[in-house]
Design a protein around this ligand. Structure first.
Ligand SMILES: [Zn+2]
Length: 375
C-alpha cells in the first residue's frame, strides 16, 4: 500500500461522498487500513429521515494493557456547488495544490493519519479510527452510533484526536480544545385572524412577536469566559406568510440560533427564552444540537503542541471558536482535541490542500500518536 498521503487523499476524493457518505469511499478506506493490521467493523445505523448512516470503526490492538489512541473523522463532504475549475470528485494536482471536495474537510486529514500509521508499529499500543459518513448532515446516527459501538465492544480510547481542519493561516497555527454549544429555537405567537378594518374583532400576533424578538435580541447572555468568546443569539428567520393586504394573520413565527459557552447549558437557555416568549403570549420549541465542552489545557494539548512545533516551528493557539463538530459527542469517552489542515477553502468551490501540508501533517500525526500511546 502507498503511504503517500497525497495519493491516499486523491483516492478518497475520487469517491463522491456527499452526506451521507456510503459505499465506495468506505471500501477505499477499508482497503487502506486492512493491510496495516486493522480489524474493520462497518455498520449502518438509523432510519429515515436522519438515517441510514454508514460508519466505520477500525482498530489495531496493541500489547495487553497498552494505551488506546483514537483518531476520529468523517468521510462525507458538503455538496460541491457550482463554478469549480476542475471536477470536484476527480482530484487534480495543479502547482503545489491538490484540488477536490474534501481535500481539507477532511479526507486529507484521514489520508495523513493512515499514512502515519504505516510507520507506527503495533507494539506501540492500540490505535483506532472512528469514521462516520454523516458529520455534515444531521449527525444523529454517525459518531453517536460509533460511540455506542465502541462501548459495546469495550474499545474505549484514552485520548482522541479529531482531524477537522483547525489551522487558519498556516498549518499548525490553531487547535481546538473545545467548542461552543448550539441550540435552535422556534418561536410561535398565535393571534386571531380578521379584517384589517375591524381590528377589534381580531388579534394581531405580529406586534407581540416583534416585541419578543426585540427583548431577546437585546439580551447580553454573558461577557465570555476564560476559554470562550461571549455567547451569541441570532434571529435566523421571521415568517408570517400572509399573502393578503387586508387580513390580520392568525400566526407569526420566528427562529433563533444561540451559540453558547460554558456559562450555560442548552436547557438553561431554552428556559430563559421560553419565559420571555410566554410573557409576550408566545411559545418556544427547541432543539439542542450540542452542549459546550472544553478539554482544559494540559498533557494532551501540550503533546500536540510539541508535535506541531517540532514539525513546523509554529506554536498553535488553543481555541474554542467556530461551529460545532463531532468532538461534542466524543468528549463523553475521553479527552478530545481537534487538529488538522488549513480551513480557508473548506465548504467552498475549488477546495484545495497544499500537498506539502499533507506530508507535514502526516509527520505531526505520527508524533502525536506515538506520544499519546507512550502516555
Ligand atoms: Zn469536517
Amino acid at each position: 500500500m502507498s503511504a503517500d498521503p497525497v495519493v491516499l487523499t486523491e483516492r478518497l476524493i475520487d469517491c463522491p461522498s456527499v452526506t451521507p457518505a456510503t459505499g465506495s469511499v468506505f471500501d477505499t478506506l477499508e482497503a487502506m487500513v486492512a493491510p496495516l493490521g486493522f480489524t474493520v467493523h462497518r455498520f449502518i445505523a438509523g432510519e429515515a429521515p436522519d438515517g441510514p448512516v454508514e460508519n466505520l470503526f477500525a482498530v489495531r490492538q496493541g500489547p495487553a494493557g497498552s494505551r488506546h489512541f483514537a483518531f476520529a473523522g468523517h468521510l462525507d463532504v458538503v455538496p460541491p456547488g457550482q463554478g469549480w475549475s476542475s471536477a470536484p470528485f476527480n482530484a487534480e494536482r495543479r502547482g503545489e495544490l491538490l484540488y477536490g471536495r474534501g481535500a481539507v474537510d477532511m479526507k486529507g486529514a484521514i489520508a495523513a493519519f493512515v499514512a502515519a500509521l504505516a510507520d507506527i508499529p503495533a507494539e506501540a499500543g492500540t490505535i483506532s479510527l472512528v469514521i462516520t459518513g454523516d458529520e455534515e448532515g444531521p449527525a444523529r446516527y454517525g459518531t453517536v452510533a460509533l460511540i455506542e459501538h465502541m462501548r459495546t465492544i469495550g474499545a474505549l480510547p484514552d485520548l482522541c484526536l479529531v482531524g477537522e481542519p483547525t489551522s487558519v493561516n498556516r498549518l499548525g497555527d490553531m487547535m481546538k480544545i473545545g467548542r461552543r454549544g448550539s441550540v435552535n429555537i422556534w418561536l410561535t405567537v398565535d393571534g386571531a385572524q380578521g379584517h384589517v378594518a375591524y381590528p377589534h374583532l381580531a388579534d394581531n400576533p405580529i406586534p407581540r412577536l416583534v416585541a419578543m424578538l426585540a427583548e431577546l435580541d437585546a439580551l447580553v447572555l454573558d461577557e465570555g469566559s476564560e476559554w470562550f468568546q461571549p455567547s451569541n443569539l441570532e434571529v435566523t428567520d421571521l415568517a408570517v406568510g400572509n399573502p393578503a393586504t387586508n387580513v390580520i394573520p392568525a400566526q407569526a413565527r420566528a427562529r433563533l440560533s444561540i451559540r453558547f459557552n460554558d456559562r450555560h447549558t442548552g436547557q438553561s437557555l431554552v428556559d430563559r427564552v421560553s419565559a420571555i416568549a410566554a410573557r409576550h403570549g408566545g411559545t418556544a420549541e427547541a432543539v439542542i444540537s450540542g452542549e459546550s465542552f472544553i478539554t482544559l489545557p494540559g498533557a494532551f494539548s501540550t503533546l500536540i503542541a510539541q508535535a506541531v512545533e517540532a514539525e513546523t516551528g509554529v506554536t498553535p493557539e488553543l481555541s474554542t471558536t467556530g461551529g460545532t463538530s463531532d468532538a461534542r459527542f466524543l468528549r463523553a469517552l475521553c479527552p478530545v482535541v481537534e487538529f488538522g489542515l488549513c480551513n480557508a477553502t473548506m465548504h467552498k468551490k475549488d477546495e484545495a490542500v497544499a500537498m506539502e501540508d499533507l506530508h507535514v501533517l502526516t509527520r505531526i500525526y505520527r508524533r502525536v500518536a506515538l506520544a499519546a500511546l507512550a502516555g
